[in-house]
Write a protein that binds this ligand. Structure first.
Ligand SMILES: C[S@@+](CC[C@H](N)C(=O)[O-])C[C@H]1O[C@@H](n2cnc3c(N)ncnc32)[C@H](O)[C@@H]1O
Length: 391
């Protein structure tokens, strides 16, 4: 169960070289993210996509454009971070720290860097971080934000489904902790031009990695009806999958789908609204999952991750819907069972995959206090496990 590459004496030792190579990109990112270049992104606006039940008593962050630290920044936030616009509020932050137990001398992998909120909290506790994201905009933002941490932080472009080869290439070996906080960031939903939001006019894109080939428009305009119906069921458990897939295929003959609102309005016409949830919520979730191969990426990550943990190292996964959480739960249970049994076997057999101890028997959810500040955390479910000592 040990990783393919050797664990170097100091795994972070190779990172200063990479950090130097990235310095020019960080400079460019700093220019891009100067105050005033971007609006002060409103987390509250993004909530409408994720929180069909409403925003609750969310602090109107977009109203807080004055100087000084942003609401999620402590008073001693370094000046360079005060200049950055809002990107994403990390969910279950204290719970992540409790599970990963960051400390000086530990190396932790963050596979979903996003705006760098979780990573920064881990850095502040003394851990070194090697991080990944498939979105160039997230990488540029987080590199600018976390530049003061120098060679203790390294961000690599890529999909976490390929983390093993990316880390091997960077010369990184055994890890003390691993985190993935899957799905989209608030920034994705705020940026109409990325096409993630059914509430904002934009192209039907939905790619986290803008270099990827498949867009949501490709799916709705070219895929057979049965395949569209299948992904609506598999990726989002949409009850109206057949009706929506049929309507998409009928409408696209008259006029191909090019925009988010065009699709959202068509779905609202064929599926009347029930409750507070917009009828297009699950279709957008399913398309986004397919465009970004989210469920296969999660499965592939979980198949490799425990091999990279040192004994005592912790694995933390935050998911945002029940299909993802089920995948995480089953994977963790497979790794945490000392024996496996089949009805046709005379007796249970030792489980060759047994290597983890569950830290969370049930998924951890956000506290009322956190939900008050950040309603998006309502769907978040955290599961954590610890690598057992080698047998
Ligand atoms: C929910 S946000 C993470 C927020 C982050 N924890 C923070 O504190 O700001 C998810 C991020 O992960 C990235 N992402 C999602 N799936 C990914 C994958 N399979 N590989 C790499 N990055 C991924 C997205 O681009 C996005 O920036």
């Amino acid at each position: 169960m040990s990783p393919a590459c050797a664990i170097p004496d100091s795994p972070i030792a190779v990172l200063p070289g990479l950090a130097m190579a990235l310095r020019s990109r960080v400079k460019a990112a700093r220019r891009l993210f100067q105050v005033g270049t971007w609006p002060w992104f409103g987390a509250a606006d993004a909530m409408d996509d994720l929180m069909p039940w409403g925003r609750g008593q969310l602090t109107p962050r977009h109203a807080q454009t004055g100087g000084g630290p942003k609401p999620d920044m402590p008073e001693d936030t370094p000046p360079n971070q005060r200049d950055l616009p809002f990107y994403h509020l990390p969910v279950l932050l204290q719970e992540v720290l409790d599970a990963l137990q960051p400390a000086a001398g530990k190396l932790i992998f963050d596979g979903t860097l996003g705006g760098g909120g979780h990573t920064e909290a881990l850095l502040q506790q003394g851990a070194d971080i090697v991080a990944m994201d498939q979105d160039d905009e997230a990488l540029a933002y987080a590199r600018a934000r976390l530049a003061p941490y120098g060679s203790r932080f390294c961000a690599l472009k890529g999909n976490f489904r390929n983390f093993a080869s990316v880390l091997s290439e960077a010369g990184v070996g055994g890890l003390d902790g691993m985190l993935i906080d899957i799905g989209v960031s608030s920034r994705h939903l705020d940026a109409a031009e990325r096409g993630f939001s059914f509430a904002k006019e934009g192209p039907l894109d939905m790619r986290m990695d803008k270099g990827a080939a498949l867009t949501a428009a490709d799916i709705v305009n070219t895929w057979p009806q049965e395949d569209i119906e299948r992904i609506l069921r598999e990726n989002a458990e949409e009850q109206n999958a057949r009706r929506i897939a049929r309507a998409i295929c009928q409408d696209r003959v008259k006029k191909p789908f090019t925009s988010t609102l065009q699709l959202a309005e068509m779905i609202a016409r064929v599926c009347p609204k029930q409750g507070k949830k917009h009828p297009a919520t699950l279709t957008f979730q399913a398309l986004r999952c397919e465009v970004n191969s989210e469920l296969p990426a999660l499965r592939e990550f979980l198949a490799e991750a425990p091999k990279w943990l040192k004994p005592g190292g912790r694995l933390v996964v935050i998911s945002f819907h029940s299909i993802e959480d089920r995948i995480v739960k089953q994977a963790f249970q497979n790794y945490a069972a000392p024996f496996i049994d089949r009805p046709e076997w005379p007796a249970p057999k030792p489980n060759p995959q047994y290597c983890l101890k569950l830290i969370t028997k049930k998924p951890v959810e956000a506290s009322e206090q956190e939900l008050h500040l950040n309603p998006r955390a309502r769907s978040a479910r955290l599961r954590a496990a610890e690598r057992l000592p080698a047998a």
